[in-house]
Ligand binder design. Structure first.
Ligand code: ADP
Ligand code: MG
Length: 366
């Protein structure tokens, strides 16, 4: 059995409110998976169902191939780190880390070995005898992680463990988490609402919205081939431009009356999908602005309305009909305020069914 966690038609309600809707997915043994989505979408609830802290209203949860709905939390091989990890204030770093092992009657020598190991892996050497209040936020967070690591559980569940850290520490902690996983290879299930954490830590991302799984795939695929409009808009900042278009006989017609010819690959894909009512997506960083339209490439004339300088890149805003489109360029384009074209790169486009919001898929060559 390769799957370490398997949800089969799992739903969860609190009273009459259903918060998880018919969830089906599998987590591979030893993989690093991220549960990502806006606040309130059900991430913590899913994690708590895996840990056994929350019951399952209907459906089946399997852990290591075994039906786990009714297995006690204490009998699941699970370690958890929460956003608000509570350390024992009167205990030293060493005792905080060892506490769970000691009460579970792990032999003393084994406790010492595991604790020593965790202290060195998490760079807490020299801090063993300090109390939590004598540590920085980042160090306290590492103690909480060490306490989870020493359990050597099959599953390491982390619920927004970095959200109390400042941006610089978070960046550092992301790298540490990845290297710790590569050392211990536990099944690593990580909840966050932060897309950067998801993209950088995850081997796969499960993106959720209102209790429904929207997409489960590698960060690269989630970014490049979003399964629907929600995924396209959630990942990336600024958000993917979603543009009302009319598709007709191989051409895309924009709201302002301009049109351009699509590549043959896209025409074939659209024909194959049978979808006629389309919307087009394109990421801001893929909207290429130029001052001279190339002869061969499709391009439409645009008028830049607003410019934002982010220091390391420039945001250009323009209208297409009543819709605003943003382009993010690596640097200022001289002369762009006098004359500008949006040169459309077919491989960077996305098309969605306007009725279902689902992607119509991608041509193989893209
Ligand atoms: P997330 O972790 O994605 O922010 P949660 O899993 O905590 O979301 O919550 C999902 C939904 O379930 C929210 O609407 C929340 O209000 C609701 N919820 C969570 N726990 C309870 C509970 N014990 N009782 C009632 N509603 C709850
Ligand atoms: Mg939560």
């Amino acid at each position: 059995m390769d799957h370490s966690v398997q949800f089969q038609n799992v739903s969860k309600s609190f009273g009459k409110t259903r918060v998880i809707e018919d969830l089906n997915f599998e987590i591979k043994k030893g993989e690093r998976i991220i549960l990502l989505g806006p606040s309130g979408c059900g991430k913590s609830t899913i994690l708590r169902m895996i840990s056994g802290l929350e019951t399952i209203s209907s459906g089946e949860l399997y852990l290591n191939g075994e039906l786990a709905n009714d297995i006690d939390p204490g009998d699941r091989s699970i370690a958890m780190v929460f956003q608000n990890y509570a350390l024992f204030p009167h205990m030293s770093v060493r005792d905080n880390i060892a506490y769970g092992l000691s009460i579970n009657k792990v032999p003393k020598s084994e406790v010492a070995a595991r604790v020593g190991d965790a202290i060195s892996v998490l760079n807490l050497d020299g801090y063993e005898d300090r109390l939590p209040r004598e540590l920085s936020g980042g160090q306290r967070q590492r103690v909480a992680l060490a306490r989870a690591l020493v359990k050597r559980a099959d599953f390491l569940l982390l619920d927004e463990p970095l959200s109390n850290l400042d941006a610089q520490l978070r960046g550092q902690a992301r790298k540490e988490l990845v290297s710790i996983h590569e050392m211990y290879h536990q099944t690593f299930i990580y909840v966050t609402h932060d897309q950067i954490e998801a993209m950088t830590i995850g081997q796969r991302i499960a993106l959720l919205s209102e209790g429904n799984l929207q997409m489960l795939d590698t960060p690269d695929r989630v970014y490049r081939q979003p399964a629907n409009i929600f995924v396209a808009k959630f990942i990336g900042s600024p958000s993917t431009n979603i543009i009302d278009i009319r598709y007709d006989a191989g051409r895309v017609h924009l709201a302002d009356g301009q049109s351009f010819a699509l590549s043959e690959a896209w025409v074939r894909q659209i024909e194959k999908s049978g979808v006629r009512n389309l919307v087009m997506g394109i990421r801001p960083e893929d909207v290429l602005l130029v001052t001279e339209a190339a002869d061969q490439a499709p391009a439409v004339k645009v008028k830049i309305g607003y410019v934002e300088d982010y220091g390391n890149r420039i945001g250009y805003y323009f209208q297409s009909g009543s819709q605003e489109i943003v382009s993010i360029m690596p640097e200022r384009v001289p002369g762009i305020d006098q004359q500008s074209y949006w040169q459309v790169l077919p491989a960077k486009l996305h098309f969605f069914d306007a009725d279902t919001t689902q992607s119509i898929g991608y041509p193989e060559e893209y």
